[in-house]
Design a binder for this molecule. Structure first.
Ligand SMILES: *[C@@H]1O[C@H](CO)[C@@H](O)[C@H](O)[C@H]1NC(C)=O
Ligand SMILES: *[C@@H]1O[C@H](CO)[C@@H](O)[C@H](O)[C@H]1NC(C)=O
Ligand SMILES: *[C@@H]1O[C@H](CO)[C@@H](O)[C@H](O)[C@H]1NC(C)=O
Ligand SMILES: *[C@@H]1O[C@H](CO)[C@@H](O)[C@H](O)[C@H]1NC(C)=O
Ligand SMILES: *[C@@H]1O[C@H](CO)[C@@H](O)[C@H](O)[C@H]1NC(C)=O
Ligand SMILES: *[C@@H]1O[C@H](CO)[C@@H](O)[C@H](O)[C@H]1NC(C)=O
Ligand SMILES: *[C@@H]1O[C@H](CO)[C@@H](O)[C@H](O)[C@H]1NC(C)=O
Ligand SMILES: *[C@@H]1O[C@H](CO)[C@@H](O)[C@H](O)[C@H]1NC(C)=O
Length: 308
């Protein structure tokens, strides 16, 4: 009995699997960081050639898509000076205003005042000054900027009721901007087939492995808890791009880094950006030798105690 229990305890490390039990040279490239929330114009982990910060797209009275950080109802009151500008009117909804009216609103002051994500302290005085003058950008402006800087843009549409029209307006604006289609990452699945026809060059991003395989896709975007580390490694070996959301802790980021994730969506850019290596990487051989040595020395100690 004693021997069996001891053997089980001594041998259990053999059963431990971690993607971080690898040689340091085998460590995959650090996953790219995609900012989930940030400051109004400096996204804290903005990287060229890779997707930038998350904004929500709304459609105005003239069906012109524009961008916003905040997607809850009443967002105009919360993020702009709409109440001062249009005294007495109850503009809660973007569809109440034209884009020209929206352009007269200040969208920076409220952000600096309320600091909704605790990121204002990360801005320099100069950046704060720029933020203070911020106005609402249109989707077309963003796309032209992205085209100029060869930067990818990720699209997701959240409102199921208006998805058809939103898709239509959004795709139309993308094509109008002249941005290369391979810079567009398209997430919504509802109208995917229609979008593929209209814009065959968009990169289609799937939300589960079943859908990815069925469509012979090349990009997967899943919640980190819904995929196994082993599956991430396997997909990466087939050159499939894998993004995980939302990853805010160092230990989790370390595991995903070892597994070879292409990128993660995060609210903790400043924290993850600083990491030069995963927190813990050990070659499997070192790990086994360490355990064997620990096993032998504890066995020796026990034998000595028995003897005594
Ligand atoms: C744009 O970026 C992609 C990588 O994301 C690169 O392959 C391509 O050559 C770049 N194009 C230009 C014009 O810089
Ligand atoms: C706008 O919001 C205010 C307060 O949230 C509410 O009292 C008002 O009825 C809303 N107006 C419209 C037109 O929805
Ligand atoms: C979609 O757009 C059409 C034409 O612009 C409009 O008649 C219809 O009401 C819209 N549907 C929704 C759900 O917004
Ligand atoms: C978008 O709407 C226009 C006019 O309402 C229509 O002709 C076109 O087929 C629609 N496109 C898509 C992709 O739904
Ligand atoms: C995978 O995603 C597709 C598209 O969103 C959905 O229809 C399907 O039910 C999902 N499958 C699983 C197993 O979650
Ligand atoms: C899947 O896509 C690859 C290239 O992306 C292509 O070579 C292959 O034939 C496709 N397979 C199917 C079943 O469509
Ligand atoms: C992992 O991959 C296996 C084999 O490719 C697949 O059957 C399974 O559904 C995947 N599971 C998860 C949770 O990703
Ligand atoms: C994945 O991409 C690399 C580099 O582009 C290439 O060498 C390799 O053959 C590709 N692997 C597969 C399975 O397509």
């Amino acid at each position: 009995m004693f021997l069996a229990v001891s053997a089980a305890i001594f041998l259990c490390p053999l059963l431990i699997h971690s993607p971080c039990l690898i040689e340091v040279q085998e460590l995959p490239e650090k996953p790219k960081l995609i900012g989930h929330r940030g400051a109004p114009m400096v996204s804290v982990c903005f990287t060229w050639h890779h997707p930038a910060n998350k904004h929500y797209i709304f459609i105005d009275k003239d069906r012109e898509p524009f961008l916003m950080h905040d997607h809850r109802p009443d967002f105009l009151r919360r993020t702009t000076n709409v109440e001062e500008k249009f005294i007495g009117s109850s503009f809660n909804n973007s569809a109440d205003l034209t884009f020209e009216q929206l352009q007269t609103l200040n969208a920076g002051e409220q952000f600096l005042k309320n600091d909704p994500y605790g990121t204002v302290s990360l801005l320099s005085e100069e950046e704060k000054e720029t933020a203070r003058k911020e106005i609402i950008p249109s989707l077309l402006e963003l796309l032209k900027f992205a085209k100029q800087h060869n930067t990818s843009v990720i699209f997701d549409l959240k409102n199921k009721e208006t998805e058809k029209n939103d898709t239509n307006d959004t795709v139309k604006t993308i094509l109008e901007s002249g941005i290369p289609q391979n810079l567009i990452l398209w997430l919504p699945s509802e109208e995917r087939e229609a979008v593929k026809k209209e814009a065959p060059g968009f990169i289609q991003v799937y939300e589960n492995e079943t859908d990815l395989e069925k469509n012979n896709g090349s990009h997967l975007n899943v919640k980190y808890s819904e995929i196994k580390m082993k599956n991430i490694s396997d997909l990466r070996k087939r050159n499939i791009t894998v993004n995980l959301y939302v990853v805010n802790e160092r230990w989790l980021f370390s595991m995903l880094w070892c597994a070879g994730a292409s990128s993660v969506t995060t609210n903790a850019c400043h924290l993850l950006k600083e990491m030069e290596r995963p927190d813990w990487v050990m070659p499997r051989s070192t790990y086994l030798i360490t355990w064997i040595l620990v096993d032998i020395s504890s066995a020796l100690v026990m034998m000595a105690l028995f003897h005594w």
